[in-house]
Design a protein around this ligand. Structure first.
Ligand code: ZN
Length: 530
């Protein structure tokens, strides 16, 4: 039975959409390549026709229910994010100068304050940033479940915004007393974790073609769970077609030392021992994979989610992406949690990935097209969607994004290669101009729309009022919440309308309120300012 707490799935549209006069189209499809003066015709949630504008059949040109002008734009397949922790978006700029393990130990007590409401708001913040930077499909690894938090809260956020979603039911079971690094107070019982994993699969996993939601299972890391949980999760996932496995691996030198000290072996042996050495697995980071481990990944079809901002912010190192690609490993990108990156822009990750592979002295360390391929097809493959998403070609899902370069200072003088400009020019060149997901317009001329007509905002405000969250140094929670109710645009009448802008003011007010509540009682030293 569907959980009302997780919101309502949005059916695909029934009409047709034509994007015409596209200046530059990078299809990411091997046959179609890049096309100038192009058009895309979408029927429902499927791409039906792609090609030169001059070749567009007259019946498609005249029959579209909706037309978007692609002049002055670069269009791409929607970007695919394969590693994130959206519950972390309310704790940015903390623990600024620590390595991974110290950073985690600082933040576990903060995250332990989360409630269903704060996780929901944090997830909406993270997803909004992702959508506005051109992401159309994202995974999210939720591995802490304090208070009343459930995976359902993140699913509700994805449905409220119209994002194609691959939530990962994570978990931590081995606290300090069992050799892990997290406090015992924040870990769950292994039986309860497995039971909730099964519940989430039963309630939410949809393995149909062009599904808007597929589940993955993800015990948090070898430093927070037992091998038994890893094995049980793998066996559970494999009883359900399309349920994949995801976790952290080989993130930094601390990880190497921890794994060798506790288990006496390296990552390659570890994933084989816990049965996570199959093609239904993808791992975040993999900064410290050696040559034979990369060969294992390549041979088995195991994917990597490369997270360059997080790896540099936490001084974890530079992942050997060039070597991975040369050895045939599939690499996608991940923004990681918003308090280790501390942003949620896939385009920025693609840019940094490119720059880091060149920083050692090789000008061909990573090409623009390779980085864009990682952000699209690489991500789709990590999520098991390689035949459905990540390319603009007939039969693929209607997930496309358009970046406007005409009229923008950051893109002045880029006539030589507007596609390359997306990565080589200023990283803050503004939001994506158009984003279409499953055939629905989700970003219109740079404005993020609320797929559920901002019903999320009204419910969040009501929940905050009920909880009487106190705004530090401001109005009482109930009074502030009541004021916010007034501001929610459109009220009940807007529900379900595609064209309602996301209520950003309500989102930012809720984010600030929850952010203050999460860090209340945290010391200045832990905040990490210096
Ligand atoms: Zn992570």
């Amino acid at each position: 039975m569907a959980s009302p707490r997780a919101g309502v799935p949005r059916p695909p549209p029934t009409g047709t959409l034509l994007i015409r006069d596209i200046s530059h189209l990078a299809t990411q499809n091997d046959e179609l390549g890049e096309i100038s003066d192009a058009a895309i015709f979408i029927r429902g949630n499927v791409i039906e026709w792609v090609g030169k504008m001059a070749d567009l059949p007259p019946e498609l040109s005249t029959s579209a229910d909706r037309v978007i002008d692609g002049k002055g734009h670069v269009f791409l397949p929607g970007l695919v994010n394969t590693h994130a922790h959206m519950f972390q978006a309310l704790n940015r700029c903390m623990a600024q100068d620590q390595l991974l393990y110290g950073w985690l130990k600082t933040l576990y007590p903060v995250w332990a304050q989360h409630t269903a409401s704060s996780v929901f708001v944090s997830t909406v913040v993270s997803m909004s940033e992702l959508l506005l930077s051109g992401c159309t499909t994202s995974s999210d690894h939720l591995y802490m479940y304090p208070h009343d938090v459930k995976l359902d809260d993140t699913i509700r956020a994805a449905r409220a915004l119209g994002l194609r979603f691959h939530p990962v039911r994570g978990g931590m079971s081995a606290g300090v007393s069992r050799g892990g690094i997290a406090p015992d107070s924040v870990v769950e019982d292994e039986g309860a974790i497995l039971e909730d994993m099964e519940r989430c699969i039963t309630e939410f996993h949809d393995n149909s073609r062009l599904s808007m939601l597929r589940l993955a299972l993800g015990p948090a890391s070898q430093k927070t769970v037992t091998n038994e949980l890893m094995i049980s999760a793998a066996r559970l996932a494999r009883r359900h077609p399309g349920v994949r496995l995801h976790t952290h691996l080989a993130e930094n030198q601390e990880d190497i030392e921890y794994t060798e000290r506790l288990y006496g072996y390296r990552f390659g042996s570890y994933i084989s021992a816990v049965e996570w050495d199959k093609c239904d697995c993808w791992f975040a980071h993999c900064v410290k994979l050696n040559e034979s481990e990369r060969a294992l990944f390549s041979e088995r079809g195991i994917g990597v989610a490369h997270c360059p901002s997080s790896n540099t912010r936490l001084a974890s190192g530079i992942a050997p992406v060039r070597a991975m690609l040369d050895q045939g490993v599939n690499v996608g990108l991940g923004v990681d949690g918003a308090c280790s990156s501390d942003a949620q822009s896939l385009l920025a990750e693609a840019r940094l990935a490119l720059l880091l592979q060149r920083a050692g002295g090789d000008p061909k360390g990573l090409g623009v097209r390779e980085a864009l391929r990682m952000a699209t097809r690489g991500g789709a493959t990590n999520l098991g969607r390689q035949g459905e998403l990540g390319q603009i070609a007939p039969g693929f899902g209607a997930d496309v994004v358009g970046f406007k370069f005409q009229g923008k200072l950051a893109f002045a003088g880029t006539v030589a290669d507007p596609v390359a400009a997306l990565l080589l020019c200023a990283p803050d060149s503004g939001p994506v101009h158009w984003s279409i997901i499953d055939g629905h317009v989700v970003v219109r001329e740079g404005v993020l729309l609320a797929a559920d007509g901002n019903r999320w905002a009204r419910e969040t405000v009501a929940a905050a009022a009920a909880a009487e969250v106190v705004v530090e140094g401001g109005e009482g929670g109930a009074a502030a919440a009541a004021a916010e109710v007034e501001k929610v645009e459109g009220g009940g009448e807007a529900e379900g309308r595609e064209e309602v802008p996301l209520d950003l003011a309500a989102l930012l007010a809720a984010a600030e309120r929850h952010s203050r509540a999460l860090v209340a009682g945290v010391s200045e030293a832990a905040l990490g300012r210096r």
